[in-house]
Design a binder for this molecule. Structure first.
Ligand code: ADP
Length: 235
């Protein structure tokens, strides 16, 4: 009992620390981001090198901003404060835009999309987009040798389904359930592939909030397919 109690207190302290630290980091980061944008706008194109450096700094600051937003999301989930803006939106359009964005920033892989749903979904478009971004960036990150990743849309009765497939490193069977837990990462792959182990935890929370399901099928060394479903009109 004492061990479990101590472990709980430690986890709570870690959560509190992450919550405060990510809040504190957000303000100076937002300001750095704004100044970098101004710098990029002010630079004329005469000095290509300076423009390139400003662009690279901007990309890094954006990535840092995403990481800190994810940490903030985790603490919001912890305190039941992750907010949702629910409205109708065109599901396929959201997927197409997301694929385009990720394709732009990951030119080494080709993202092949198939299927469609032609559905208006009721839900939080940005949060659901966050899930698709997470699954696609993972598929790319964990398949460094592959040329393609695949995203397939389909519809059955009153559900839409999305499958994101890669032919990458795969996940050992004993980890398949645990990867959706907070901070959980497959130990054997953790050194080679960087990450915080929170993307799937946040994705799971978002999909559950929409009364959908998120799961994975995978074979070590062969690749993984992540699936999620969403009820069309049921939130
Ligand atoms: P992160 O990728 O930042 O570690 P996630 O929560 O997105 O965090 O994923 C948790 C863990 O699940 C990863 O650390 C990795 O071990 C495993 N994982 C997720 N997606 C894949 C994938 N497409 N292929 C292989 N392993 C994956």
């Amino acid at each position: 009992f004492t061990d479990i109690h101590e472990q709980k207190i430690k986890e709570q302290q870690k959560d509190e620390f992450l919550s405060i630290a990510s809040h504190e980091m957000k303000t100076p980061l937002t300001s750095a981001k704004a100044y970098l944008q101004l710098l990029e706008l002010t630079l004329d194109n005469k000095d290509e090198k300076i423009a390139l450096y400003a662009k690279k700094a901007s990309l890094s600051v954006n990535r840092l901003n995403e990481l800190i937003s994810e940490l903030l999301d985790v603490s919001k989930i912890q305190y039941g404060k992750l907010s949702y803006n629910i409205d109708f939106f065109n599901f396929d359009e959201m997927i197409d835009n997301t694929v385009q964005d990720i394709q732009y920033s990951s030119p080494k892989h080709t993202i092949l999309k198939s299927g469609n749903t032609k559905e208006l979904i009721r839900g939080d478009k940005d949060r659901l987009q966050q899930v698709v971004i997470n699954l696609l960036t993972n598929a790319i990150k964990y398949s460094p040798e592959a040329a393609n990743v695949y995203i397939t849309l389909s519809q059955q009765n009153d559900e839409v389904m999305v499958a994101v497939k890669d032919s990458g490193i795969g996940i050992p069977q004993q980890h398949l359930k645990k990867i959706f837990e907070r901070y959980y990462r497959v130990e054997e792959h953790a050194v080679e592939f960087q990450g915080l182990g929170i993307g799937l935890y946040i994705s799971c929370e978002i999909i559950e909030r929409h009364k959908g399901r998120l799961w994975v099928e995978s074979e070590l060394g062969k690749g993984s397919t992540f699936y999620f479903t969403l009820p069309i009109n049921n939130i």
